[in-house]
Every structure is written in structure tokens, then in C-alpha cells.
Design a binder for this molecule. Structure first.
Ligand code: F6R
Length: 616
């Protein structure tokens, strides 16, 4: 998704801006650009379709230099990914604007500004901001004050940064629905949509809050709230994650992140397990009192995070006896929802900035419990400073560390761990768990990082299996019970990074339609832990073999499944059934990774996708 970098300094900032853009590449984008207030006293810009590399090469051949600048990577929403539509956008050569998000009323603003004589050179919604601000500056000469007046007329989501040739000692910024962070240097200051972009220049940050306007000069930062009142934002020292932007010994971030899972699962459990119990206060001081009241759970999330929620439904109902509904946020947010009394709203998100998930949370909070609303909101999230965390009543942070690969891996398994902690906490407080279950699962959770390490040791076996897929165009993924969402996640991973069409079904549904697709060209991937559904699953696998379908089965070492013609069984370490969804995710991640490598796709930045989907 789009990314912003800005800098005001006494030195040339071009290299800082380019390095910042490179650090944002993981978010997915299709063009890049930079604008500088040049030493000749004018605004100059360079934009390129494609990767930041191309912009860099162009600047190497024909340099731009300046001590004030803004830069952007764009993921097209309004208007095709062309050079004309790439940011920064100019107004009358005087202003340059970069913007993340969507301006919903851009059409009416465009008409009005065209009526005022402004000429548009792009199809973007962003260009209206540049011209509207230019228009405001006629009556309000100060740049920050004019920006305050401008954003009052914008509907939608934005994180934006502006520089002006007439006030070249500052850059101004505004945040509403799209994150921005100010980076503090010595005699120089910076701005970005993600602090990762500025890690090479500073480790001190100020996070803008919803509605904030900022004026950033070399030696000062001034911030105003949406109401126009001056405000101080806390300065936060950033320590963790310095290594995250580095692939280390791995060929791709995705592979590195897959292999980090034992470590980050361990971290997610740290301080949250007692001798034989989960420490409920990990969810916050008021959690125990709140969990005692919970009669239902509503989970809302998108993509991979939604799959984590689907697994949690099996756990919350099966282990804690709490009714649970799970829905994708883009549907939930627009539905008239009937809320059962005492329902806990749980959002799951790696980034905590996903537009649909945030909107769903905001809608959920509109009504109090007395007015038929939710009891409280809980965010399971990987980013402590995200909007989702700030706006939820309770939080449990997954400790996955920054995830750079667009395809989510370690975020998913740590979400599952967090959701298991939630299940056990609610069950514990309500006394609804079967005797001994909590102590057993706490013990098994402690062993989980080791188990994940064992599954990762299958790396080269899975790499071999991947060869079966290199020439295929379609695949089916099957699972039963809590393994069905695992199959869905496996299919999502494969389609995302290898572009092979992959569908997931609960294995019992096969004969109700999808079996018609099965032939020797359709590999069928199955996850088969040793549980009470194993025998049923084996019958489903027979149905596939009888139609000539090739089976790839990740099966418990005690499942009694063996290799045979057209059947490839990969033995998995035994694990207690409740935690099997976490373990069985690993070989499916590795499988999609190695298939993508064989197909030569862009593993870390698959086409058309973005890391953090901050637009609708
Ligand atoms: C898939 C993937 C996406 C995200 C989804 C939600 O690999 O990463 O499906 O899971 O965009 O993102 P978050 O979890 O940041 O809300």
C-alpha cells in the first residue's frame, strides 16, 4: 500500500528519502516519486512507474538535490499506475503533496476547483488536495493554517505531507485514518507513514493521532489536534526490530519470517503463562471482570487474520463453550448486526491499520451495551502503536516483530497463540473448561516452539514436494474441523505468491460439488492430524484417489497413512489436537513458498497486493 517519507534538514535529503522508500517497498506499490525544494529555489520532482530502483537509477543519471523533500510509493486506487498519477502531485509549481488513503468527495472537489480555473494533470483523488490547499493559501498565508482549513473539506482517509516553494523551511502533515510518524533528529526532522522508513536516521519518534496536523521544521515540531489546539505528543524511543529490515541468511523475507516462528511464538507466550494456568491479566487489569460477563464472542478480521478467527471459533466453542461468530470485516461493517447480549467484540489484525477492520471496530463502538451494543472490544494485534490497539478496550499484542513479506506467516501463528490464550482465559474465568484441560494445554503451549522447530526441519522435504505443483494451474486444499481454516490459509498463501488457483473446502463438502474438478491435473493438499475426524477424512481421500486425483497429505506420524501411487504422505510430529492448527500451518507456508520460488514469482511483494490495506 502507499507509503510516505519526508525530510527537512541542512544536508541534501535525496538519499534519505530514497532509503526510506526502499524500506517501505514491502508494503506493495506500483510507482514511486520524490519532490525536492531544489537549491535553485524551485520545486522539482521525479516519478517512475515500477520499483524504487528505477527512480533511483533515474536520479543517479540526472540528480535532484534539496534540503526539503517528500517522497511516496503509490499503490493505485484512483487512476492507473502511470507516471502522471504517481505522487508527489503539484499545484501551480508552488505546492507538492503526497497522500495515503482515499478522498471520497474528490469528484465534487475536482469540479469546484476546475470551476476556479485549476487544471488537473492526473486521475487521482490526491491532486484535489494540492489545488484546494493552493486555493486556501490565498486567504490563509500560513501553510499549516491553510492545511487545517483544507482538511476540514476532505471526506475519507488520509495521511498526507506537503511542501511549499514559498515556505521552504517546513513540511506540514495531516493524519486522519492513515498513520503518520514524525522522526526526530539533531537539527533535522523527518516524517513517514511507518517508522521503519526512518530507522536509518533516527530512533526517536512521535506518533501523530487521529486528526492531528503537524508542522515540521529543522529544529522544531508543532502539532495541533483536530480542534486546532496545540498539543504535545509523547516522544517514543524505538528499540526493537532494528534487524527486521534485513533478510539475513535467507533468500526472502517470507522464508526468514517462516523460520522465526518458534522464536516469536515463544515471545508471544512470555509472561502470559503461570504454572498451570494462563495469566488472565495479560489482557489488561479489567480483563477478569469482563471475561466473567462474556456470553458470546464476535470476531472480525480480514484475510489471514480472518482465518485465525475461524480457528478460534472451534476453540472458543469446543473448549470454553462460548458461542462464537466470525465474519470478514468488509461485510460486517456494512451489515445491520443484531448483537446478542454480553458479546465481546474481538478484532484481529497484524497491522492494526486495516481500513475495514478499523471501520468494523468503530461501528461496533457506536452503541453502548445498554443500547444493544457490544460488551467491550478486544484487539489481537501485532503493532502496539496502531489505531486498532488505541481504540480498543483491551489488547493482547502478538509479538511477531515487524513482518515484511506481504504474505502473512508469523503474524498468523502468533495470532493463533493469542487466541488460544483468550480461549483458556475466558474458560478459566467462567469455569467452563473440562478439568485438566488448561493445565495440559499450558504445558503443550510451552512445548510448542520446539514442535514448530521440528516442523521447520521438514523444509527440504516440502521443497521436494513443491515440484509436484510447478506445472499445475489449480489445486484443492482439504481439512476437517479446525483444520478447515488451516486449509483455507494454505490455499490463500499458495494463490497469493505463486498465482496458482487454489480453493479450500471442508473435506466433507467434496462430494457436494468440488469432486467434479478432480482429475490427474488437480493436486489435492490435505492436513490430517490424528483426531476423531481422521477416519472420515481418510474416506474423503479415497474419493479423490478414485478420480485419479494426486494427494499430498501432511499427516500425524501415528495416523496410519502411507505413501502409495498418487499419494504422497509427509509425516508430521505428533501434537495435542487443540494445537494442531498451529503446527500444520508450517508445512503449508513452506509449500507455497517453494512453489513460488520454482515459478519465479516476486515472493515478498506479490503482484497487485499490499501489506497493510489502509483503504477500503
Ligand atoms: C495474506 C495477508 C492478508 C492480511 C489482511 C489483513 O497473506 O497478509 O490477507 O491478513 O490484509 O491484514 P491485517 O492482519 O494487517 O489486518
Amino acid at each position: 500500500m502507499c507509503g510516505i517519507v519526508g525530510a527537512v534538514a541542512e544536508r541534501n535529503v535525496t538519499a534519505i528519502l530514497l532509503e526510506g522508500l526502499k524500506r517501505l517497498e514491502y508494503r506493495g506499490y506500483d510507482s514511486a516519486g520524490v519532490a525536492l525544494f531544489s537549491n535553485a529555489g524551485v520545486l522539482e520532482r521525479r516519478r517512475r512507474v515500477g520499483k524504487v530502483n528505477e527512480l533511483e537509477q533515474s536520479l543517479a543519471g540526472d540528480p535532484l538535490a534539496g534540503r526539503l523533500g517528500i517522497a511516496h510509493v503509490r499503490w493505485a486506487t484512483h487512476g492507473a499506475p502511470t507516471e502522471q498519477n504517481a505522487h508527489p502531485h503539484f499545484s501551480n509549481g508552488e505546492l507538492a503533496v503526497v497522500h495515503n488513503g482515499i478522498i471520497e468527495n474528490h469528484e465534487s472537489l475536482r469540479e469546484r476547483l476546475q470551476g476556479l480555473g485549476y487544471v488537473f494533470t492526473s486521475d487521482t483523488d490526491t491532486e484535489v488536495i494540492a489545488h484546494l490547499l493552493h486555493h486556501k493559501l490565498r486567504d490563509i498565508p500560513d501553510l499549516a493554517a491553510a492545511l487545517k482549513a483544507t482538511v476540514k473539506e476532505l471526506h475519507g482517509a488520509y495521511g498526507l505531507a506537503v511542501i511549499s516553494a514559498k515556505q521552504p523551511d517546513r513540511l506540514v502533515a495531516a493524519r486522519s485514518g492513515s498513520p503518520l510518524v514524525v522522526g526526530l533528529g539533531l537539527g533535522e526532522n523527518f516524517l513517514a507513514s511507518d517508522q521503519l522508513a526512518l530507522r536509518q536516521v533516527t530512533d526517536r519518534f512521535m506518533y501523530l493521532e487521529e486528526g492531528d496536523i503537524a508542522e515540521i521544521r529543522r529544529d522544531s515540531v508543532q502539532i495541533w489536534t483536530a480542534a486546532g489546539l496545540p498539543v504535545e505528543r509523547e516522544v517514543v524511543q524505538y528499540r526493537e526490530g532494528a534487524e527486521a529490515a534485513d533478510k539475513g541468511e535467507f533468500r526472502h523475507f517470507m522464508l526468514k519470517e517462516i523460520h522465526e516462528q518458534p522464536k516469536v511464538v515463544q515471545r508471544t507466550l512470555e509472561g502470559r503463562l503461570g504454572q498451570e494456568q494462563v495469566l488472565v491479566q495479560a489482557f489488561g487489569p479489567q480483563a477478569a471482570e469482563l471475561f466473567a460477563k462474556v456470553r458470546n464472542v464476535q470476531i472480525v478480521a480480514c484475510g489471514t487474520s480472518y482465518h485465525a478467527g475461524m480457528v478460534a471459533r472451534y476453540w472458543l466453542e469446543g473448549l470454553a463453550g462460548i458461542p462464537c461468530q466470525v465474519e470478514v470485516a468488509s461485510e460486517f461493517r456494512y451489515r445491520k448486526v443484531v448483537v446478542q447480549p454480553d458479546t465481546l467484540f474481538v478484532s484481529i489484525s497484524q497491522s492494526g491499520e486495516t481500513a475495514d477492520t478499523l471501520a468494523a471496530l468503530r461501528n461496533a463502538k457506536l452503541r453502548s451495551p445498554k443500547e444493544g451494543g457490544f460488551l467491550a472490544s478486544l484487539a489481537i494485534c501485532n503493532v502496539g502503536i496502531s489505531s486498532l490497539v488505541r481504540e480498543s478496550d483491551l489488547t493482547l499484542l502478538t509479538q511477531a516483530g515487524p513482518e515484511i513479506g506481504v504474505a502473512s506467516t508469523k503474524a498468523f501463528t502468533t495470532q493463533l497463540v493469542a487466541l488460544m490464550l483468550l480461549t483458556l482465559s475466558v474458560g478459566q474465568v467462567q469455569g467452563s473448561l473440562e478439568p485438566g484441560v488448561e493445565a495440559e494445554l499450558v504445558e503443550e503451549l510451552r512445548r510448542l516452539p520446539t514442535r514448530l522447530g521440528e516442523a521447520l526441519a521438514m523444509d527440504s522435504t516440502v521443497e521436494k514436494v513443491a515440484e509436484l505443483f510447478a506445472e499445475k494451474s489449480h489445486t484443492l486444499f482439504l481439512g476437517r474441523g479446525a483444520q478447515f481454516p488451516v486449509a483455507m490459509e494454505g490455499a490463500l498463501k499458495l494463490k497469493e505468491i505463486s498465482y496458482i488457483h487454489a480453493e479450500a473446502y471442508p473435506a466433507g463438502e467434496l462430494k457436494h460439488g468440488p469432486l467434479a474438478l478432480v482429475d490427474s491435473d488437480m493436486p489435492v493438499v490435505t492436513v490430517a492430524p490424528n483426531n476423531e475426524l481422521l477416519e472420515k477424512l481418510k474416506s474423503n481421500l479415497q474419493e479423490v484417489r478414485a478420480r485419479g486425483g494426486e494427494l499430498i497429505v501432511f499427516a500425524d506420524e501415528q495416523a496410519g497413512l502411507n505413501d502409495g501411487t498418487g499419494t504422497h504422505v509427509i509425516s508430521m510430529p505428533h501434537i495435542v489436537d487443540a494445537l494442531a492448527p498451529i503446527l500444520y500451518t508450517i508445512p503449508l507456508q513452506l509449500l507455497s513458498y517453494y512453489v513460488a520460488v520454482l515459478k519465479g514469482t516476486d515472493v515478498d511483494q506479490p503482484r497487485n497486493l499490499a501489506k497493510s490495506v489502509t483503504v477500503e
